[in-house]
Design a protein around this ligand. Sequence first.
Ligand code: GLN
Length: 282
Amino acid sequence: MTEAREIRSLIDDVTARLETVSDTPRLEADLLVARAINMPRSYLFAHPDDELDDDALERLDGEVRRRLDGEPLAYIAGFKEFWSLELMVTPATLVPRPETERVVEIALNDIPRDRHTAVLDLGTGSGAIACAIAWERRMAHVTGVDISAAAVAVAEQNARQLDLDNLRFVEGSWTEPVRDLEYAVVVSNPPYVAADDCALKMLRREPVTALVPPGDELSAIRAVVDEAPRVLAPDGVLVFEHGADQAERVAALLAEAGWQAVEQFRDYAGLPRVTRARLEPV
Ligand code: GLN
């Protein structure tokens, strides 16, 4: 740490230190300095000349070091904003990504506001998709399934925190715990990163089982595509996220399995990231 104590120069220093690990170093510097003084970010702009005391400086340096060591800011802060909701995240779950909001956006088109609709989220993790859908559609009944008990505990806490009573979470492998039920919409953000993807180095603090599927990179997507028909209503739809370079293979896989009306959607970076398909022709 340098000699600086003033908010303004501390933000500059931290921004420079974070440049190697973050795409948004200035934003993260703001958030870390604000955390160190336990004030909202807006305070920083109004009080750029305030000085941090020794305790605050020490807290800041400790958290900057954790960030430099590859820990995502969301784990340091303990929460991440998704769909404008504040979600608790721990190292037991992936940090929710903005592109996953596309899954929510697209699935909402198939979930009417004024009718009871059963929705299933496979591999729910922190419950981000499930919570966002339950939040937007109070008449929907949302179930999130995850094989990780620790993830289910985080998801349940998020549902409680948001005061949502139209969703529940269960532990299990894909559709296994909900086999006797029927859903109108199945959503998923399954693991789809290849085991040899060099991007994994940047993601090393996140649970590898949430990123890399057990077989080849499409094995979890195949499990979702194979299992969804067991629990989908006859005119049900499946909406899921996949790698930007997997769109063609995903479409082929769905066509081969007899899915109808396959549509693909781009994420905010313009990359094909989400696919929607219908089980049977309407
Ligand atoms: N989109 C994430 C990433 O590449 C991966 C999420 C996933 O595997 N489902 O950072």
